[in-house]
Design a protein around this ligand. Structure first.
Ligand code: COA
Ligand code: AMP
Length: 631
């Protein structure tokens, strides 16, 4: 039996023993009554009765345990030219003061705090300060529009918002504060205070009585100690796209999350405490939560916070410069970043071998890793390139080639095998397991391991309906794929309306809701079409109300602007096309899959349930004239 087989089998045959052993790596102020509470199955809780604090485990424990002068955080911002380094002691001290700011603003254990920040050290400090108080943070990605922010404010009802005056994108400064003010204006819930970090690139106006200047407040605050919380208390809420405009508030607990992330650093990523680990993502996404902020710090690593892009800040060599300058051992990013680099530097001429000599592995996730990109990265970097599969919901990888246990032979197109703790199966509609190689729904057998979502924020019924109902006894991932005869998992496509744009998860259903609100639009469909750089990009088809005589191009432009204003630039919604009608089944279901295949020049068959087959050539023609479908 291989090391992987042995550990994976143990993790499934006796999960309580397996995770109790892993939990020894964490400080518990009080130990658990039970490792796993299955009394409310299919709702499970890990480490009930235990008391701990995530910030204590991420910072104070290391300061007290000999890492006080080790670097905890390196902020590297090619977009502003700044590089700053924080030891564990320095980071702990700043976090304790910001926790003091929050406490003085009346924040207590269990209160929610919304964090709307660019990639600056204060974003990490904000998250850890919430954890220190037992307050529940909800970080919102900077690329979302005010109305998206408002939806999250109303759902999480934060007492305080932590934000900054601006973010910086290549070629433009994004004024965050007016977006925040607008969001608070739209939202029904009004936070009591906003603490605003003034960045020199663009200062913001503060609202008297409500807004506090971050620097002033931090300078005068008393450091606050860690507040002990239950292992099962929520650490954060992270909203992610579902099928509708109402995002899902994924809840993460404290105890299970600490245990799983700590375990994953050595076993999945193969890093030792003290080493430098870099996840080139954004704190607004789950990758940023788990692998920029929490896991590296919990495990005693040095984490890199990168405010830049893989290309254009200033060029496609920036990743190699960062790796060399900070002695990065493991890099984690999305395939789209490597596609961007490859496009700028196809022959890898900007990669100097001595700059990446210390790098041991590249991990890719967030979207399907296309074999071309994986192969290019393997050839250019000369290190294992590890595709791994996970989701906001799971918090850490479900499938990977576990570098710290055993590197198995790579099969391009597969994120290898189920990570210990995860029992991944493929089921058909009748809930039967399919044969090796057959496609079906990818599911994980319950109970899910620690670290994965216990519920949705104040929506347990929605959690059950969305994830647990369709396949009783299993968690539905929403992905379809297959497992081959060697146990390698292949993740092929989503089974819902979610598309993946540059590693960002977006809902086509949500975009349709926005488009349908345009006064001239009678109905619409949004599909994800293939894109060389971003993997997929959204494309909207619009059918106008009878009698509308305005120019189609004007309406198309308004539709594009509407999505940008309502959802945000992150949606990358650049094309809407007016068509005469949409292809539908006889029961009225829009044939989005067929539209997508036509747009991508894939072979398609006319669905037998189609209402009128003559419409497909019409759609193909409309798509061709807009540059799709081979046009
Ligand atoms: N705040 C405000 N706007 C933001 C933003 C932020 N934090 N992040 C992105 N945006 C904007 C971009 O400026 C862009 O706006 P534009 O339409 O005016 O150009 C839009 O949102 C789309 O952004 P993105 O999809 O990231 O495309 P891009 O063209 O700016 O960059 C890549 C393309 C590939 C370089 C970029 O996606 C990237 O670096 N990806 C790395 C992978 C990653 O971080 N994945 C996250 C999950 S692991
Ligand atoms: P998110 O919740 O934003 O992390 O997005 C999760 C979704 O991204 C998954 O459900 C998959 O559809 C997709 N995804 C993530 N990692 C991979 C991968 N390695 N291969 C294929 N798809 C992936």
């Amino acid at each position: 039996m291989s090391a992987y087989d042995d550990i994976h089998a143990r993790s499934l045959s006796d999960p309580e023993a397996f995770w109790a052993e892993a939990a020894e790596g964490i400080h518990w102020e009080r130990r658990w009554d039970r490792v796993l509470d299955d009394s409310r199955a299919p709702f499970y809780r890990w480490f009930p009765g235990a008391v701990t604090n995530t910030c204590y485990n991420a910072l104070d424990r290391h300061v007290e345990g000999g890492r006080a002068d080790q670097l905890a955080l390196i902020y590297d911002s090619p977009i502003t030219g700044a590089i700053e380094r924080f030891t564990y002691r320095e980071l702990r001290d700043r976090v304790a003061r910001v926790a003091g700011v929050l406490a003085e603003a009346g924040v207590e254990k269990g209160d929610r705090i919304l964090v709307y920040m660019p990639m600056v050290p204060e974003a990490v400090i904000a998250m850890l300060a919430c954890a220190r108080l037992g307050a529940v943070h909800s970080v919102v990605f900077g690329g979302f529009a005010a109305s998206e922010l408002a939806v999250r404010i109303d759902d999480a009802t934060p007492k305080v918002v932590l934000s900054a005056s601006c973010g910086i994108e290549p070629g433009r400064i994004v004024a965050y504060k007016p977006l925040l003010d607008e969001a608070i204006e739209i939202a029904t819930h009004k936070p009591a205070h906003c603490v605003i970090l003034q960045r020199p690139q663009l200062e913001a106006d503060l609202v008297e009585g409500r807004d506090l200047d971050w620097a002033d407040a931090e300078a005068s605050a008393e450091p606050h100690p860690c507040v002990w919380v239950e292992a099962t208390d929520p650490l954060y809420i992270l909203y992610t796209s579902g099928t509708t405009g109402q995002p899902k508030g994924i809840v993460r607990d404290n105890g299970g999350h600490l245990v799983a992330l700590n375990w994953s650093m050595r076993n999945v990523y193969g890093v030792e405490p003290g080493e430098v680990y870099w996840a080139a993502s954004d704190v607004g996404w789950v990758v940023g939560h788990s692998y920029i902020v929490y896991a590296p710090l919990i495990h005693g690593n040095t984490t890199v916070l990168f405010e830049g892009k893989p290309v254009g800040t200033p060029d496609a060599a920036v990743y190699w410069r960062v790796i060399a300058e900070h002695d990065v051992k493991v890099l984690f990013t999305a395939p789209t970043a490597f596609r961007a680099i490859k496009r700028e530097d196809p022959a890898g001429e900007l990669i100097q071998p001595e700059q990446i000599a210390g790098l041991r592995a590249l991990f890719l996730a967030g979207e399907r890793a296309d074999p071309d990109t994986v192969q290019w990265a393997e050839e250019q970097l000369g290190v294992p390139v590890i595709d791994h599969w996970w989701q906001t919901e799971t918090g850490w990888p479900m499938c990977a080639n576990p570098a710290g246990i055993e590197l198995m032979p790579v099969k391009h197109g597969s994120p290898t095998k189920a990570v210990p703790g995860w029992d991944i199966r493929v089921l058909d509609d009748a809930l039967n397991e399919v044969a090796a190689g057959d496609i079906g729904a990818l599911v994980a057998k319950l109970p899910l391991p620690p670290g994965s979502l216990p519920t949705l924020w104040q929506a347990e019924e929605r959690y059950r309906e969305a994830y647990l109902e369709e396949f009783p006894g299993y968690y539905k991932t929403g992905d379809a794929g297959y497992i081959d005869e060697d146990g390698y998992v292949y993740v092929m496509t989503r089974t819902d309306d979610v598309i993946n744009v540059a590693g960002h998860r977006l809902s086509t259903g949500q975009m349709e809701e926005v488009l349908a609100a345009h006064p001239d639009v009678a109905e619409c469909a949004v599909v994800g079409v293939a894109d060389d750089l971003k993997g997929q990009t959204p494309l909207g088809l619009l059918v106008l109300n009878a009698g509308v005589e305005r120019d189609n191009a004007v309406i198309e432009g308004e539709a594009v602007r509407l999505v940008r204003e309502q959802i945000g630039p992150v949606a990358s919604f650049k094309t809407a096309i007016v068509v005469g009608r949409l292809p539908k089944t006889r029961s009225g279901k829009i044939l989005r899959g067929t539209v997508q295949k036509i747009a991508d020049c894939e072979e398609y068959s006319t669905p037998p349930t189609i209402d009128d087959p003559a419409i497909l050539p019409e759609i193909a023609e409309a798509l061709r004239s807009a540059g799709y479908a081979g046009g």
